[in-house]
Design a protein around this ligand. Sequence first.
Ligand SMILES: *Cc1c(COP(=O)(O)O)cnc(C)c1O
Length: 389
Amino acid sequence: MVDSVPLVDLKAQFATIRGEVEAQIAEVLGSQQFVLGPKVKEFEEKAAAAFEVKHAIGVASGSDALLLSLMALGVGPGTSVITTSYSFFASCSCVARLGATPIFCDIEPDTYNLDPKLVAGILEKDCERTASGIRHRPTDTVVRAIVPVHLYGQCADMTAFLELAKRYHLAIVEDAAQAIGARHRGRLAGAMGSLGCFSFFPSKNLGAYGDGGMVTAQDDGLAERVRVLREHGSPRRYVHEFIGINSRLDSLQAGVLLAKLPHLAEWNAGRRQRAERYAQAFAGLPQVKTPVTRPENECIFHQYVIRAEDRDRVAEHLRERKVGYAIYYPAPLHTQQCFAYLGYKRGDCPVAEQASRETLALPIYPELTQEQQDYVVASVRECYLASVR
Ligand SMILES: *Cc1c(COP(=O)(O)O)cnc(C)c1O
């Protein structure tokens, strides 16, 4: 009898791959090479092939992948980056950490992804072409890049963003931390923009057993710059071309990722299948809006996020029924205290603000059983049937 369902269940996955992971770890221990080294190189080669990119560069985290990508593009003081207000903090903290200015933009109500029409509006109405590039008048900065985040496992409208990038000579840095293996018009997340950023945080679809990340690139020069920047900007020992950082993937994590990589496609398919089951189960419940996948996208359902009437009451009921849930994200980034200096106010990104009040993530992972899923569905349904409370 199911009487609780966790939001994520890494133990269930580990049970299915234990032997493969332990063999990889034993190999790394035998080699006593822990930072970069042959294991990381092997992972980078296999990842580049699997994710259909020319270069894959292992780094210390998804947050660092974003930071290094922007560093490689020359983002810094006097420049700005257009990004979404509705994402994990790292999608925009990287901009501010480099001394550049984040320009927050609202999202599409159905996919929760950065809205290309609003980005086009910023570029048309708030910017002008100058000799040094596209100047954002209100902040007096040169716009360098757009960072679309492929939220919850579905690609942002890359067709539109690539067109804007071409028209305005901007770089696109894809935040693909939640979208490893997702596709847009057949193309893989992280393989469409100038650079792609991935996270191997343990709960991501491809998770390491600690922190880890990856930058992908098609351009040799950009890839080389990221490679050098992750090792103190040093192409050779004691020669420093740039002021880089220390952000390398550990060999042990590369070993874990090598054990898991062959399973990713099957795991992603398992999530998709569970998403379909949820969609069918909630079809007759008007109070619940299930996720919309655009026909041109193949979603990998890193999260299964519903829009629920009376969201906070649903959350409370799920807590009582011991169903794991999460709210991604309770406060849009433009309302965070640390960005108060940028001068945004409530109402500036109304679609993101509404999503933060109405949405809720339910358990989704390939090991989620039918019984567990039925329990989640029943728990959500009960909220509305018992609405006399
Ligand atoms: C997880 C995540 C990151 C950061 O990755 P870390 O590996 O935790 O640093 C960045 N962006 C998004 C959208 C994420 O979900």
